[in-house]
Design a protein around this ligand. Structure first.
Ligand code: PXP
Length: 239
């Protein structure tokens, strides 16, 4: 059964908008856990625009499920990850001017810099997931570098304007997922997933976990976080 990781970055964005202490991403994470989230994701960006170092530490100390720390391979962030020791680090590319993560890590092009970071994290018994575009070369390279999990970029599927465009992207995700499974990798998917597009994706490609943030926090504004997580959990688990 597919698991649900809930990303709490957008709660931190709202907190930071007023420079105060609320809403607290830690409280959000605990409510999400109680409502059925299987893990919590937070993205520590180099500019700290939403999640801050202290949030990561508090999440690590408090969660009952597990913390997936999303970050670039910047040395300062790697140092922090080694100190905090989340269950898993998800490596993503980072461009300071981007609104959100724009694409997968180019493992092939960045292998020389990524591979030592992956080894360091694995040696510290932190699981490593690499966020990649749904391409065979990226799957193969992630495997060769030692990552145990790939998260397939669902953005092109989520943003497809027509049924035909979404079908093409589902085909790509399906092909990449099967290659990853054959290579012995765990497969996650994320980015742009919402209450409308999650079932068609999981019917075609029943990945082990989906990581979802924006659509859940957006719905929470109107119907409460626990309800928003419960509704998504029901869709993800096919109930
Ligand atoms: N997975 C990755 C790698 C991401 O960068 C993000 C966005 O932070 C997500 C999942 C969650 O995406 P969304 O907020 O669109 O659900």
């Amino acid at each position: 059964m597919t698991m649900l990781g809930v990303n709490v970055d957008h709660v931190a964005t709202l907190r930071n908008a007023r420079g105060g202490t609320e809403p607290d991403p830690l409280t959000a994470a605990l409510i999400a856990e109680l409502a059925g989230a299987d893990s919590i994701v937070c993205h520590l960006r180099e500019d700290r625009r939403h999640i801050r170092d202290r949030d990561v530490q508090l999440l690590r100390e408090t969660l009952k499920t597990s913390l997936q720390l999303e970050m670039s391979a910047h040395p300062e962030l790697v140092k922090l990850a080694l100190a905090v020791r989340p269950a898993e680090v998800m490596l993503v590319p980072e461009r300071r001017a981007e609104l959100t993560t724009e694409g997968g890590v180019d493992c092939v092009r960045n292998r020389t810099s990524l591979e030592p970071v992956i080894k360091q994290l694995l040696n510290a018994e932190i699981e490593v997931s690499v966020f990649i575009n749904a391409e065979l070369a990226q799957v193969e390279c992630a495997k060769a570098m030692g990552a145990g999990t790939v998260e397939l970029h669902a953005g092109p599927y989520a943003h497809g304007n027509t049924d035909a465009a979404r079908e093409v992207e589902l085909d790509r995700i399906e092909t990449a997922a099967h290659a990853a499974w054959e290579a012995g990798l765990v497969v996650h998917a994320g980015h742009g997933l919402n209450y409308a597009n999650i079932r068609p994706l999981l019917k075609r490609v029943p990945v082990e976990k989906v990581n979802i943030g924006h659509s859940i926090i957006s719905r929470a504004v109107f119907c409460g976080l626990a309800n928003a997580v419960r509704e998504m959990k029901a869709l993800v688990s096919g109930k």
